[in-house]
Ligand binder design. Structure first.
Ligand SMILES: NC(=O)c1ccc[n+]([C@@H]2O[C@H](COP(=O)([O-])OP(=O)(O)OC[C@H]3O[C@@H](n4cnc5c(N)ncnc54)[C@H](OP(=O)(O)O)[C@@H]3O)[C@@H](O)[C@H]2O)c1
Length: 251
C-alpha cells in the first residue's frame, strides 16, 4: 500500500490533498505545526473516505507534528514517517510562508527577517525535505510534488519576498527533477488565490477583484489543485513541470 506524506497538511490545500490521497487508497501522513486538534479532526475523517479495509483504517492515517522551518525537524519527520510505515511513495511538500506587504511599495518590502523567513520556508525547506526523503523515494520510484504559487510565475501575491522566493522554488524543483531522475519525478503546482485561512489577509474587495481578473471568473478550489497533485503522484511520464492553476488570472 502506497504512502503519501503531506506537509502543512492539516488545513487548506494540504487537507484537501490528504482527503484526495485517502480516497485514492493511499496511507497518509499529515504533517502540521501547531494545531493538534485540527490535525486529529482531519485524521478522523479519512478512514471513511478510504477504500482500505475499515478495520485497519485507523492505522493507515497518522499525524506528525514538525516545524518545516527547522531542518532537524524535517529530518525527524521523514524518519518518523518511515519508521511508522516502512516506505514513502509520495511527498506533497506544501509548506509556505509570507507576511502581507503588498506589491506596491519597495519601502514596505525590504525587511531582512521577512526575506530570510520566506527563503527558509519557500525554498530551503523543500530542498531539505527532498534531501531527507531521497533514498526512500528512490526505493519506491516515487514522486515529490511541491506547492509554489502564481506569485512565483508573475510578480504578484502577498509580498515581494513571497513572489521572488516562490519563483526560486519553481526553479529549484526543475533542478531537482534533473538531479533526482531517473527514479523520482519532481513537479510543482502553482495555484492562484485559494480561499483558505491563508487568504484571510486579503479583504473581500481584493478577493472579488482577483476573481473578476480571472478569465474564468472563479476562484481556484483546493479540491481541483489536490486532484492535480494526485495526477502528479500517479503519472509516470511527467517531471520538471510547473502547472499553473489560476483560472486564467495571468492570461
Ligand atoms: N491560499 C492561497 O491563496 C495560496 C495561493 C497560492 C499558493 N499557496 C500556497 O499553498 C500552500 C498551502 O497554503 P494554504 O492556503 O493551504 O495554507 P493554510 O490553509 O493557511 O494551511 C496552513 C497549514 O500549514 C501548517 N503549517 C503552518 N506553519 C507550519 C510550519 N512551520 N511547519 C509545518 N506546518 C505548518 C498549518 O498547520 P498548523 O495549523 O498546525 O500550524 C496548516 O496545516 C502554501 O505553500 C502557500 O504558499 C496558497
Amino acid at each position: 500500500m502506497s504512502v503519501a506524506l503531506i506537509t502543512a497538511g492539516s488545513a487548506g490545500l494540504g487537507a484537501a490533498a490528504a482527503r484526495a490521497f485517502a480516497k485514492d487508497g493511499y496511507r497518509v501522513i499529515v504533517n502540521y505545526a501547531n494545531n493538534e486538534e485540527r490535525a486529529n479532526k482531519l485524521l478522523a475523517e479519512l478512514p471513511a473516505l478510504s477504500p482500505l479495509p475499515q478495520d485497519s483504517g485507523a492505522n493507515n492515517f497518522i499525524a506528525i507534528k514538525a516545524d518545516l522551518g527547522s531542518r532537524d525537524e524535517i529530518n525527524r519527520l521523514i524518519q518518523e514517517s518511515v519508521d511508522r510505515f516502512g516506505r514513502l511513495d509520495v511527498i506533497f511538500s506544501n509548506g509556505g510562508w509570507t507576511r502581507f506587504r503588498g506589491m506596491v511599495s519597495i519601502d514596505e518590502n525590504v525587511f531582512e527577517d521577512e526575506w530570510d523567513g520566506a527563503f527558509n520556508m519557500n525554498v530551503k525547506s523543500h530542498l531539505w525535505l527532498m534531501h531527507a526523503a531521497k533514498k526512500h523515494l528512490d526505493e519506491t520510484e516515487g514522486a515529490f510534488i511541491s506547492t509554489a504559487s502564481v506569485g512565483g510565475v508573475i510578480p504578484s501575491g502577498s509580498s515581494l519576498a513571497y513572489s521572488v522566493t516562490k519563483a526560486a522554488q519553481i526553479h529549484l524543483m526543475k533542478a531537482l527533477a534533473i538531479m533526482a531522475a531517473p527514479k523520482i519525478r519532481v513537479n510543482t503546482v502553482s495555484p492562484g488565490l485559494l480561499l483558505t485561512e491563508w487568504a484571510n489577509v486579503f479583504s473581500d474587495e481584493t478577493k472579488e477583484k482577483h476573481r473578476q481578473n480571472t478569465k474564468l471568473k472563479r476562484f481556484v478550489t483546493v479540491e481541483d489543485v489536490a486532484e492535480q497533485v494526485l495526477v502528479f503522484a500517479k503519472t509516470k511520464s511527467m517531471t520538471g513541470v510547473n502547472v499553473v492553476m489560476d483560472a486564467g488570472f495571468i492570461l
